[in-house]
Design a protein around this ligand. Structure first.
Ligand code: ASP
Ligand code: MG
Length: 418
């Protein structure tokens, strides 16, 4: 079997869903289809959440806008009397009811209860459209098979139990195509959880691994993986094939085309990942696989914006590399802050992280109990894989460099933002 994943951009309107159906029809059997929320729905639901958490009655208007959007897409795809339209309306009413009740818990908990609806709505519409297009389609609620822990907004999948359940539910003997939601799961208490923004790619990889898929294809609005973001460097070129290692390094450094967590499950089972254009489904795109050769070794440029560079110094002038090191990184882990770059000297350590407030403030507060802490904000981390002197010059000239780190195949610069 294969896994296809369609992101928000590919299902942003009725036209996109018709296109999805065309692409799915070419494959037809033994296909799991993982779908994100339509267009910018996740952002819109974040606005609903924010207003609601702040007791701002405008949350209702935000929710109405999201509803109108889905109702209009459904209106284009289905007849006026089609029961799927009531189904969508009922689901929105369910969320409306939830929002009328009192808040149960933390921001992160409520985030997952509310934002997870986006994927539920998109998959209801997509599955029904495929069914009406004559494809034998089953809609699966990912929350019934992907069991996670309770780390809301960044939940971890309980692998063994989920795998058992996934293999029961994804039965291609009884349905040809199975549609499910990316990004969401549920914990043991039955509450919805989410896997981190843009997490649908990861869901596709997880399902592929559990079901021993032949391949995963992520359908995107770009021709494949490029050696730079074309909005940054306009002469970016598409790469035909790259190794898992290359892909992990790229996504870790900040390449946004696929979610960083996607590669590991695929690598572990040697399942190739195709990144292809849903606008040009005949084009081959990029394949990420074990024995890939970079036909032409070219520099790969990655830019990560909104970075903070934190300097941490023991107050008593003790070495940072001893006991301090585990204490410091324990703190990063506790507050859920991912480390993008580390550089240490005898009595100080510099760490570059995404500027995620308020999580970062909590971390800084904790570190300040034991250390002197300084930081710079509004920075960018620029990385080049397979760097050359020309490549370095190209992206650093005229930039103020705060930190530079060179390893065998990657060089990174932390520079002040423009
Ligand atoms: N809809 C979610 C998001 O926008 C997950 C995804 O698209 O992968 O973050
Ligand atoms: Mg999305």
């Amino acid at each position: 079997m294969k896994v296809y994943k369609f992101g928000g951009a590919s299902v942003k309107d009725a036209q996109g869903i018709r296109n999805l159906a065309k692409i799915v029809t070419r494959e037809k059997d033994n296909l799991a289809v993982v779908v994100s929320a339509f267009g910018k729905t996740t952002n819109a639901l974040e606005m609903v959440l924010k207003a609601w958490m702040e007791n701002d009655p405008k949350y209702r208007d935000h929710l109405d806008n999201v509803y109108s959007y889905h109702a209009s897409v459904a209106g284009e795809l289905f007849s006026a009397a089609d029961p799927v339209r009531d189904k969508i309306a009922d689901s929105f009413a369910g969320l409306g009811k939830y929002l009328k009740s009192t808040k149960r818990s933390s921001w992160d908990f409520e985030y997952d209860q509310i934002v997870s609806y986006g994927e539920v709505w998109s998959t209801i519409i997509v599955a029904e459209f495929l069914r009406q297009a004559g494809i034998d389609t089953l809609w699966v609620d990912a929350r019934k098979c992907l069991l996670t822990d309770t780390r809301y907004r960044d939940a971890n999948i309980m692998w063994d139990e989920s795998s058992e359940q996934v293999n029961k539910v994804f039965n291609f003997k009884t349905s040809s195509v199975i549609v499910t939601q990316g990004f969401i799961g549920a914990n043991r208490e039955g509450w919805s959880t989410t896997l981190g923004r843009e997490g649908s790619d990861y869901t596709a990889a997880v399902l592929a691994s559990m079901l021993d898929a032949d391949s995963v294809t992520v359908w995107k609005d770009v021709p494949g993986l490029l050696n730079a973001d074309p909005k940054w460097l306009s002469d970016a070129e598409k790469m035909e094939e790259i190794s898992y290692k290359e892909a992990v390094e790229m996504t870790f450094s900040g390449a946004k085309v696929i979610h960083p967590k996607t590669i590991k499950p695929l690598h572990n089972k040697n399942i190739p990942l195709h990144v292809r254009s849903f606008l040009d489904p005949d084009a081959p795109g990029t394949v990420v696989k074990a024995d890939a050769t970079l036909r032409k070794v070219m520099p790969v440029y990655i830019r990560k914006e909104k970075q903070l560079l934190i300097s941490i110094l023991p107050k008593d002038f003790s070495f940072v590399m001893g006991d301090n090191l585990s204490r410091i990184f324990q703190s990063f882990n506790t507050f859920g802050i991912k480390v993008n770059l580390v550089e240490a000297s005898a009595i100080s350590i510099n760490v570059c992280v995404d500027d995620e407030r308020p999580k970062v403030d909590a971390l800084l507060g904790d570190l300040k109990n034991d250390y002197s802490v300084f930081y710079n904000e509004d920075l960018e981390m620029l990385s080049i894989r397979h760097y050359t002197p020309g490549a370095i010059k190209r992206i650093t000239s005229g930039r103020e460099i705060l930190l530079e780190q060179k390893a065998r195949s990657t060089v990174r610069f932390v520079v002040r933002g423009k």
